[in-house]
Design a protein around this ligand. Structure first.
Ligand code: F58
Length: 841
């Protein structure tokens, strides 16, 4: 090494001055835009539509991102800080252009620039498709963390898969059935990714593994595919730091088998390419179920193997010995999906780098960190042993060895405790035997965390209790989730953001990075003029949502009503069913009222949105019920002025950006102890929506921050749940007796008030029978809480005060806080700001 490797050949100044970025002025913007129209798109002014204008704007903004991206990577290469890598099978990014403009501070210049060229920035932004490479909260959390990593100048990269098809598009048939259509999001080209055709790794599947006497293994044969890198630039807010999200695409190793082709076997010739391409073709749309499909296992290994190879190659470029890996690399496992990275790193260290077992294990257990996102048993990943043996024979040997040494250590601490060994084993007995990925992740990591206080406690006292006893509690901790206030306040609610800036008398570049500053709003809750402005913004956000519904669905939503929103994946534990049964209860109550009584009722508009896993029958029935209840009550002359109901199809990040700022009250009503955290609850509250929820997940911490008097809690608490479930099975009480209100509602559905009587039977039976999610236990208190919401809403002054105080106290939930907690207490990494480079010596 000469110390000059990372400096240009010629004069660095000449290089720098020739850099092609867009300057922060309107003429530079228009020049760059027109250039891209003509050269990159090969189009002309007279035939440019909004989509073309979006593409030109995106390419132009991208130039700046690339300049910053390059400087960021060079900064890291020169300074060599310890880096962290976030391995996530999902990144739910949504749209990029608006976020890039905000983070670069170029929004106004582009607004004016495109206007001069005859376009509106809003129309252009609206042309972008969502990047929807995720199912829900877990994937969106990863996206928020990348934004915060760049914004806090941390050396943090993401690694994921470049799915050709993201989460399916949801269509709702007239009968209310969910239909799934593919999401070909790459169809119009994706300006936000850079193919790195030179960054490739070969990944092996199948074959044979031979064990040598010295403990090493030789894995050969089978099938090899190639991983190709695509880089997505992640700009920080108000910083030069532009980190990287590297997504892998699978390609056949030999695109075309010429021998077969020459022999006239065209199909055989392309076969290998079919199977390799399949690996990154589609995101699995399952949420909270583990299902053991071979292709899913191949996705997980393909991605972890390519990512680890890339991380190790970068580390080795520094010329440091492998035993220093933990000093330079921290890898966060986003749920158990990347857990194969643990045996994979063992394989590399032992089979390729000649390490002994103990030394290899000590490296591994200092590199990895594991975040758990659920305690639901059906969501805990398990892979059948025969499947792993077939697809990854060497890894199965290593997993068995890890298990052997681990159980030996457990046995030493707890001699002759067979049951404990069976509970803690990485292998679950049965036909077939299965590998418990959460156990493997816990054993192989330096730290394990949950995503909200209650959830982290549950992890420690339920699914990983034995591991806490064995390893000590200090390895297990909590990092409460967060959300980026850039997207989830400034971008989605620009008027509110402006009002906050004006009121705090602090630049938004300051408070958006130090969200505790929102506390400065508290005194203004008592200021009538401020409250009026606050309420007027909420009103305009409702009108914006109503306009969206009008233009996309052709439906007219009244905006002089309370907006009540539940948007999230459809799942029994999230209890959309409780909500729709509550709506029916309200409908029946309205029907029984005199016109005089009805006059006192505050009108309410209820919105639902969310996708159901394609094979989740009960969840799909819930959608169908919502849709059919909507068609009945929206047209009933007795009630339609007091209650409206909408199911908005195809929930997405972009739709959330319209719904959240318009909500007065949002519902987060999971059975206590089932929702690990929730993150949309944070988004609603940040935008001044109040929360109606159970004492679950992050709802609890939100209430701690904003004050219990500003949230509406109901329902049983977590410690009661187990007991109630036991009662349901061993001492069942007929529904009519236990909860007459709910029984009446269910009777009406069963009697066909909303059509399709028999069709809903399986859904209704889940409640009539074991009622695992405790609807019958929580229904009465739910209805009471809804009544309290109505009552509170009557006093608009008080309501708006609550709304202001809620926003003001949400500072804790910035994802900047969360990512810095990971950086400090887990990864041991520090901000590494991009400085103006010094001259080479
Ligand atoms: C979610 N999990 C939790 N999983 O349910 C939610 O409470 C939490 O706020 C969020 O993670 C972030 O921590 C979640 O979204 C998935 O979507 C998985 C996708 C892959 C299969 C298993 C579920």
């Amino acid at each position: 090494a000469t110390g000059k490797e990372h400096w240009p050949r010629g004069d660095e100044k000449v290089w720098k001055e020739a850099l092609r970025g867009v300057d922060k002025d309107v003429p530079s913007v228009t020049k760059s835009f027109v250039n891209h129209v003509q050269t990159s798109l090969a189009r002309q002014a007279y035939n440019l539509d909004d989509l073309g204008a979006y593409q030109a704007a995106a390419l132009s903004v991208r130039d700046n991102l690339i300049v910053n991206w390059n400087e960021t990577q060079l900064n890291y290469t020169r300074k060599n800080p310890k880096r962290a890598y976030y391995l996530s099978l999902e990144f739910l990014m949504g749209r990029t252009l608006d976020n890039a403009l905000l983070n670069l501070g170029l929004k106004e210049e582009y607004r004016d620039g495109v206007k001069k060229l005859g376009f509106s920035i809003e129309d252009i932004l609206d042309k972008e498709r969502d990047a929807a490479l995720g199912n829900g909260g877990l994937g969106r959390l990863a996206a928020c963390y990348l934004d915060s990593g760049s914004s806090t100048e941390l050396p943090l990269w993401g690694y994921g898969l470049r799915y050709k098809y993201g989460i399916f598009q949801q269509l709702i048939s007239p009968e209310g059935n969910q239909l799934e259509a593919p999401d070909p999001w790459l169809e119009n080209q994706n300006p936000w990714e850079l193919p790195r055709l030179d960054v490739t790794y070969e990944v092996r599947f199948y074959g044979q593994s031979e064990r040598l006497a010295n403990g090493r293994g030789i894995w050969q044969g089978g099938q090899e595919v190639v991983a190709v890198a695509y880089d997505v630039m992640i700009p920080g807010y108000g910083t030069k730091t532009t980190n990287n999200l590297r997504l892998w695409e699978s390609r056949p190793k030999r695109g075309f088998d010429l021998n077969s082709f020459n022999a006239g076997n065209y199909e055989g010739a392309v076969e290998s390419s079919n199977t390799a391409d399949a690996i990154t073709s589609v995101l699995y749309p399952n949420d909270h179920t583990s299902f053991g499909k071979e292709l899913r296992l191949k996705q997980q290994y393909f991605w972890t193997a390519a990512s680890l190879a890339d991380i190790i190659r970068r580390f080795k470029q520094q010329g440091k010995p492998m035993n220093q890996l933990p000093d330079y690399v921290a890898i966060q496992l986003n749920d158990t999906h990347p857990t194969l990275a643990i045996p994979e790193l063992m394989r590399i260290l032992i089979d390729e780098e000649d390490f002994g077992w103990d030394q290899a294990w000590s490296i591994v257990t200092n590199v990895f960190f594991y975040t758990n996102h659920t305690v639901l048993p059906e969501a805990l990943e398990k892979w059948p042993v025969p499947l792993i043996e077939h697809v990854l024979p060497r890894h199965l040997q290593i997993i068995y060895d890890i298990n052997l040494f681990f159980l030996q250590a457990v046995e030493r601490k707890y001699p002759n405790d067979r049951e404990r060994l069976a509970r803690m084993s990485l292998i679950e007995e049965g036909f077939p035997k299965q590998v418990r990925m959460a156990h493997l992740a816990a054993v192989g990591s330096r730290k394990v965390n949950g995503v909200a206080e209650l959830h982290s406690d549950l992890v420690k006292t339920t699914i990983l209790k034995d591991f806490v006893d064995f390893e000590g509690v200090s390895k297990f901790s909590n990092v409460t989730n967060g959300i980026t206030p850039r997207r989830w306040l400034d971008q989605c609610n620009p008027e509110l953001s402006d009002l906050i800036t004006k009121t705090l008398k602090v630049e938004k570049t300051v408070w958006l990075k130090d969200l505790a500053k929102l506390k400065g709003l508290i005194p203004f809750a008592e200021d009538a003029a401020f409250r009026k402005e606050w309420a007027a913004i909420k009103q305009r956000n409702k009108e914006r949502l109503a306009h969206y519904v009008q233009t996309t669905l052709g439906l007219t939503v009244r905006t002089d009503a309370m907006f009540d929103v539940q948007i999230k994946r459809l799942h029994e534990y999230k209890r959309q069913t409780l909500n729709i049964l509550g709506v029916i209860h309200r409908y029946l109550t309205l029907k029984a009222m005199t016109p005089e009584e009805k006059k006192k009722v505050n009108p309410r508009v209820v919105f639902f949105a969310g996708k159901a896993a394609p094979a989740y029958y009960i969840a799909k029935l819930t959608i169908r019920l919502i849709v059919n209840v909507a068609s009945k009550i929206n047209t009933d002359p007795d009630t339609k002025d007091y209650l409206q109901l909408y199911f908005l199809p195809d929930y997405s990040v972009s739709l959330a950006e319209v719904l959240i700022p318009a909500s007065d009250i949002s519902q987060h009503i999971s059975t206590a102890g089932t929702e690990a955290s929730g993150t949309s609850n944070m988004k609603f509250c940040l935008n001044g929506g109040l929360l109606l929820g159970t004492v679950d997940g992050a709802n609890i911490e939100i209430a701690e921050e904003v004050g219990e008097s500003n949230v509406f809690f109901f329902g049983h608490l977590t410690p009661a749940v187990e007991d109630l479930r036991y009662q349901h099975i061993y001492h069942p009480v007929p529904l009519e007796e236990k909860c007459p209100g709910l029984a009446r509602v269910i009777e009406q559905v069963a009697a066909g008030l909303f059509g399709d009587a028999e069709i809903y039977e399986p859904l209704l039976n889940t409640i009539r029978q074991t009622d695992y999610y405790l609807l019958s236990d929580d229904f009465d208190s739910y209805i009471a809480a809804l009544g309290m919401v109505d009552e509170a809403y009557q006093d608009q002054d008080e309501w708006v005060k609550k709304s202001i105080k809620t926003t003001a106290n949400m500072g804790k939930f910035s994802s900047d806080r969360a990512i810095l907690e990971y950086a400090e207490s887990f990864w041991n990494i520090e901000p590494s700001p991009v400085e103006a480079p010094k001259k080479a010596t």
